[in-house]
Design a protein around this ligand. Structure first.
Ligand SMILES: NC(=O)c1ccc[n+]([C@@H]2O[C@H](COP(=O)([O-])OP(=O)(O)OC[C@H]3O[C@@H](n4cnc5c(N)ncnc54)[C@H](OP(=O)(O)O)[C@@H]3O)[C@@H](O)[C@H]2O)c1
Length: 312
């Protein structure tokens, strides 16, 4: 007898990775999933509905959910049969880049409210039922920046580090309940994410930033970041495929990186537990030897650097 489809709740499906994942799971050839694809603003549902095609209303339904609102989360869950979520995918997230001097605490708190507390809020809402049923899978779209800091992404990286610490801790307890945690860690992905950051930066003014820092940000960081996206950026479809595989796995991993081309950069951190190698190499490449940085990014793109490196 075929088993019941698993109900999957995904946050942040108006675009990017969330949209692609919702569509891929809804079109699963074995029909293993019933997808609740959520977004905070239903005015943005058209691209998802279009991509879902005939799955819409059958294996995929769209619902409102703002991860920053208790009321919205409760309302969304109240419309799910028995409140039962078998797989929760915490995907909603926002970025923030720029010199620290120009970022208000309110702006930084908004990043944590969305990326970290948004995921925590959803987990608190679904966990009691998962524990009662002694089954469940919580997937978190983290980032390579949840494992290593990246210059001028201080607050975004901190929010992803917070997720990594929270979910790794929780994973230990939840094994008792047959509930799995998986953190998926993409490198650069070509979605609206980068465009939103660029738009945010185009309105930014820099009255409080010293000229050296502003120069590093504009002349070193921004061009290098654009080149990295252009060279090794993945498609959201590719990332969604990795997440779908993690969801379909009988023994899901705690961590899964999605981009083998990015792994040599991760190795700089994992090879030296003191952390000095990563900080020194990143500093030198960005600020002292920008031509070598550019060459290294091209090497990553062509795949000539070893990609079989696995974080330890
Ligand atoms: N793109 C990358 O390079 C990259 C790399 C590593 C990890 N990630 C992570 O991947 C995840 C998805 O990002 P993406 O690249 O697919 O970018 P995206 O296209 O900008 O998608 C982000 C999604 O999160 C939603 N969102 C933001 N705040 C929300 C809230 N309060 N409640 C509910 N939804 C909210 C957005 O909704 P609106 O349309 O309403 O804003 C959007 O649907 C994020 O967690 C991000 O940190 C991205």
């Amino acid at each position: 007898m075929a088993s019941q489809p698993r109900s999957v709740l995904i946050s942040g499906c108006s675009s990017g990775i969330g949209l692609e994942l919702a569509v891929q799971l809804a079109h699963d050839p074995k029909q293993r999933y019933q997808v609740v694809a959520t977004m905070r603003d239903l005015g943005k549902k058209e691209p998802l509905e279009k991509a879902a095609g005939e799955a819409l209303g059958k294996t995929l339904r769209v619902a409102q959910l703002d991860v920053c609102s208790d009321e919205s989360v409760a309302n969304c869950l109240s419309h799910i049969e028995g409140g039962q979520v078998d797989v929760l995918v915490n995907n909603a997230g926002i970025g923030l880049v720029g010199p620290l001097e120009e970022l208000s605490l309110a702006t930084m708190q908004n990043v944590f409210n969305t990326n970290f507390f948004g995921a925590v809020r959803l987990v608190k809402a679904v966990l009691p039922s998962m524990k009662r049923r002694r089954q469940g899978h919580i997937v978190v779209v983290s980032s390579v920046m949840g494992l290593q800091g990246v210059v001028f992404n201080d607050v975004y990286a901190a929010s992803k580090f917070a997720l990594e610490g929270f979910f790794e801790s929780l994973a230990i307890q939840l094994r008792q309940f047959n509930i799995f945690i998986s953190m998926v860690e993409p490198g650069p992905v070509i979605t609206d994410f980068e465009g939103k950051l660029l738009a945010q930066m185009s309105t930014m003014e820099f009255p409080d930033t010293d000229p050296d820092t502003l120069g590093y940000f504009r002349d070193s960081y921004l061009p290098a970041s654009k080149e990295l996206f252009r060279s090794v950026g993945q498609s959201p479809q590719d990332v969604a495929q990795v997440i779908a595989k993690v969801i379909g796995s009988a023994r899901p991993p705690l961590r899964r990186q999605t981009n083998t081309r990015y792994l040599p950069l991760m190795a700089l951190k994992t090879m030296d537990p003191s952390g000095s190698l990563y900080v020194r190499a990143s500093h030198r490449l960005l600020f002292r030897w920008p031509n070598l940085l550019s060459l290294s990014i091209r090497c990553l793109a062509c795949g000539c650097l070893p990609t079989r490196v696995r974080p330890g």
